[in-house]
Design a protein around this ligand. Structure first.
Ligand code: ATP
Length: 414
């Protein structure tokens, strides 16, 4: 048997966990304007007045949750200091797509574990009755923090009912405010006017981070996560630059820094370098691409598969018509009903938007007409790997056989 043992290794990291999602930073950097607006919007709470309903929106990883946790912790401390009765109830609405489910979850969040209500079987009015009673029993000021609030359907929306509960006489004692958080930028626009005006009394937009802001976020976290001198000087600016390019998402920038640190550790390096960051970035891009492709619908993947076979034959850039012909062939193998050539053009446009392929508009000099041609924007083997589940169902096209590992295991269609 091989002699293998595990040894703790802390030569680079002081506290690697501080780069993970569940770490709460001590202070927030790069969000001064947003914190200021948010602070003003929360001021009525500390005055003992009716809280405003606050709506935060912005893309993923821009600090909505981090800033909320930071400010609400501070608010809870200050409320205690001024002897104010404040309860903060937080609920992530992911998977809760009706007001009914949200109300049940809120009731159970407030009630003791032995006193929970069942998730089904109550008429809607009864669930609201439970909720009003629980909120009133809490009394004082109650802030309901609803993360991913866009999951909730609109009809008879709880987002309308809660703000009106006091004026409708449903609750008498508690002053309730909603903090809604969403990364669906269209959500607010699509709300009916009556829900929008109550839910979005104070709206605060969180823009993507720019490279300077990301650098501050990374510097602050790197101080906690790494030993002094563990990072070469270009590491943080490079992670920040990639992060800013990539939707200004702090989560991704922190993931990249951790990826680079892990690579350096795996290579027994004394320092994290620019090379580790570049390699980690390639790896993250590859994983993202794999996930993006795996999430595509069957026919979108078939269109991508068609283009991949053309690329394997060095027939790319290929015109839409050529991709369509190959796609129809694959549909015949797979016994799928082929979509129209117009749909296939739409799928090609979707793939280009996702940066999986490159599509270019060309002018045909002779006829004066225009056409589009397409090629892969990534390594062919990576794309084939990401589609392995579909390829297993459809079979391997002969042009790509040499690019697929374990091709013996997959049924050939020809
Ligand atoms: N200004 C900041 N200072 C320190 N850390 C931050 C800052 N902004 C974001 N982070 C960190 O980046 C990660 C993502 O941030 P956060 O969860 O707040 O994003 P979000 O806008 O709520 O995203 P989502 O909509 O996906 O939930 C977290 O680990 C958070 O601690």
């Amino acid at each position: 048997m091989n002699e293998i043992s595990f040894q703790p290794d802390d030569s680079l990291y002081r506290n690697r966990d501080s780069l993970s999602e569940d770490y709460t930073p001590q202070t927030i950097v790069g969000r001064d304007d947003e914190i200021k607006q948010y602070h003003t919007a929360l001021q009525p709470v500390i005055n003992g007045e009716q809280p405003s309903n606050i709506f935060l929106y912005g893309k993923t990883g821009v600090g909505k949750t981090a800033v909320t946790n930071y400010l609400l912790n501070q608010l809870a401390d200050d409320a205690h200091r001024f002897d104010l009765d404040l309860s903060i109830i937080s609920l992530n609405c992911e998977g809760l797509n009706s007001s009914y489910q949200v109300a049940v979850n809120l009731v159970n969040r407030i009630r003791a574990p032995e006193d929970q209500i069942s998730k089904t079987g109550h008429p809607q009015y009864e669930i609201y009755e439970f909720l009003w009673r629980e909120l009133d029993a809490l009394g004082g000021t109650v802030l309901l923090v609803l993360d991913e609030v866009d999951n909730i359907g609109e009809s008879d929306s709880i987002l309308y009912q809660i703000p009106r509960a006091r004026s409708n006489g449903n609750i008498a004692d508690a002053k309730v405010g909603i903090i809604g958080i969403s990364n669906d930028l269209a959500f607010r626009e699509n709300l009916s006017a009556k829900v929008r005006s109550s839910l979005c009394e104070k709206s605060i937009s969180f823009p993507p981070y720019d490279a300077t802001e990301l650098r501050s976020v990374l510097e602050q976290r790197a101080d906690v996560a790494f030993h002094d001198n563990a990072l070469s000087t270009e590491v943080l600016p490079l992670c920040a630059a990639y992060g800013a390019q990539d939707a200004g998402d702090a989560r991704k920038a922190l993931d990249l820094l951790r990826g680079a640190g892990d690579l350096a550790r795996a290579n027994n390096a004394d320092m994290v370098t620019e090379d580790h960051v570049n390699q980690a970035q390639n790896e993250l891009e590859r994983e993202e691409l794999m996930d993006g492709i795996a999430d595509l619908a069957d026919h979108q993947q078939l269109v991508l598969y068609a283009l991949t076979t053309l690329e394997a034959e060095q027939e790319t850039p290929a015109r839409s018509q050529a991709v369509f012909e190959r796609y129809k062939e694959l549909c015949t193998f797979a016994a799928f009903d082929a979509r129209t050539s117009r749909r296939v053009r739409d799928f090609l446009a979707d793939l280009a938007k996702l940066s999986i392929i490159i599509s270019s508009q060309r002018n045909d000099g002779l006829s004066g007409g225009q056409y589009r041609d397409h090629e892969l924007d990534h390594n062919l083997t990576t794309i084939l790997n990401a589609m392995s589940e579909l390829i297993e169902r459809v079979g391997i096209h002969q042009t790509v056989r040499t690019h697929i590992q374990n091709s013996d295991n997959i049924v050939l269609s020809e």
